[in-house]
Design a protein around this ligand. Structure first.
Ligand code: HEM
Length: 395
């Protein structure tokens, strides 16, 4: 993968996932790479550029009206996003999700203090699962067991893949029959929500008439889009904070808004989903008036766009928490996408990561004993950080 060419000196490169991405990200042969920030944002915002996840074969579930939101487009997508917005609003975070974030974080920190050591990706998986499960309505099973099942599901179902979510949906047909996640987590939740609907996504899908299989596909979407992404991002942030003393001090001294800015700048440098996909539905023009023909397909290179000096200014590969404000760009740049499909869980992901990291850094004697192994997570088409061990004073 080539980064954007620039006349200016690129300056220091502080990224930790760049090398693995360079060796693992592949632009599909049929797609044109889009690497400039302006073009990528234009395609994401344009109503005539449609979602183009590289799926193979038919998608399990009923028709178009029972697809996960990430695969919809146009009016039906707009309606679905409107009806989902209440689950992700600042009010929902404040009134509901924040309590889940704090309770799980407190339990994880208590366990860490008790044993004096912890594996960060296991801790962040538990947190990401608990938070997303509450939003989805997967609340009828033992939380630790469900997090383990979801983790194992994705560990054992690696496909040669290119995209966020797509390959997993392809596999869901077979997964449906055997997956313990379906029998032990999804099905009991559907049964409970049918008897007593709640303010959650499964209740909403039941109301829309989704089949059980389509609900499973949706839950798998949230498991990849919501849980695995947040797990990896949280480990990345912990890694930055635990071996950069100045950054850790800056984070601990900052108020919540400034802490979020720090997280967003890390996410700019280390976007979890490397590629997004779009197809031009009609002839359209690019940001510089260039012609884009109907049917042209694009792989949007988020890593390159986020470090395009035309948008970032100097030293694109260096951490600079002031950058987004200075350049008047949304904090995480394009790491949560943009336009109609922009990640609805962005604020949830940032809030839970902030709560967890703030608590972790305040644990007495906390330090990183073993840094993470950097690998590649096929289901999300992004980096994977495993095996980081933290130790602390026991108490
Ligand atoms: C750091 C964590 C996260 C990252 C980096 C991330 C990234 C993204 C990106 C890049 C997209 C856009 C896909 C596209 O345009 O094709 C997206 C969409 C989506 N994300 Fe996230 N996400 C994160 C956390 C979450 C969480 C916590 C949830 C829910 C609990 C979630 C649910 C979704 C859903 C449902 C979509 C599809 C939206 C649509 O197509 O309209 N994500 N995410």
């Amino acid at each position: 993968m080539n980064e954007i060419a620039s006349d200016a000196m690129p300056g220091p490169d502080e990224r930790r996932s760049a090398a693995i991405a360079a060796s693992r990200v592949e632009i599909p042969p049929y797609a044109k790479p889009a690497r400039e920030f302006a073009l990528v944002r234009h395609l994401l915002r344009s109503p005539t550029a449609r979602q183009d996840l590289p799926l193979e074969g038919e998608i399990p579930g009923a028709g178009q009206d029972q697809l996960p939101v990430i695969m919809l487009d146009g009016e039906i997508h707009r309606e679905r996003r409107t009806s989902l917005a209440r689950f992700f609003s600042p009010k929902a975070i404040k009134d509901h999700h924040r309590a889940v974030m704090e309770a799980t974080t407190a339990a994880l920190m208590a366990q860490l203090r008790c044993t004096g050591r912890g594996q960060i990706d296991l801790m962040s998986m538990q947190l990401a699962c608990d938070v997303a499960a509450a939003i989805v309505g997967l609340t009828e099973s033992d939380k630790a067991a469900m997090a383990r099942r979801i983790r194992l599901t994705f560990e054992t179902s690696r496909a040669d893949s290119l995209a966020l979510i797509g390959p997993l949906i392809k596999k869901a047909k077979t997964i449906y029959k055997s997956l313990s996640f379906f029998w032990l987590d999804v099905k009991p939740a559907i049964r409970a929500r049918r008897a007593s609907p709640g303010a959650d996504i499964i209740s909403h899908l039941i109301e829309l008439g989704y089949s059980e299989r389509s609900i499973l596909v949706d839950c798998l979407t949230y498991a990849t889009a919501g849980m695995l992404t947040t797990r990896e991002f949280t480990v990345m942030v912990a890694w930055y904070m635990l071996d950069r003393d100045e950054l850790r001090a800056q984070f601990l001294a900052a108020d919540e808004a400034a802490q979020i800015e720090i997280l967003e700048e890390i996410l700019r440098l280390e976007p979890v989903a490397a590629l997004l996909y779009r197809r031009a539905e009609e002839d359209m023009t690019g940001p510089d008036g260039e012609a884009i023909k109907a049917g042209e397909r694009f792989a949007l290179d988020i890593r390159a766009a986020n470090t395009d000096t035309a948008a970032t200014g100097a030293c694109p590969y260096a951490f600079d928490a002031e950058r987004a404000r200075r350049e008047k760009v949304t904090g995480a740049w394009l790491s949560f996408g943009d336009g109609a499909h922009r990640c609805p869980g962005a604020q949830v992901a940032l809030a839970e990561t902030r709560v967890f990291i703030d608590a972790l850094l305040r644990v007495p004697g906390i330090r990183l004993e073993t840094p993470p192994n950097v690998g590649w997570c096929d289901p999300i088409g992004g980096y994977e950080l495993h095996g980081a061990i933290v130790v602390c004073d026991r108490g």
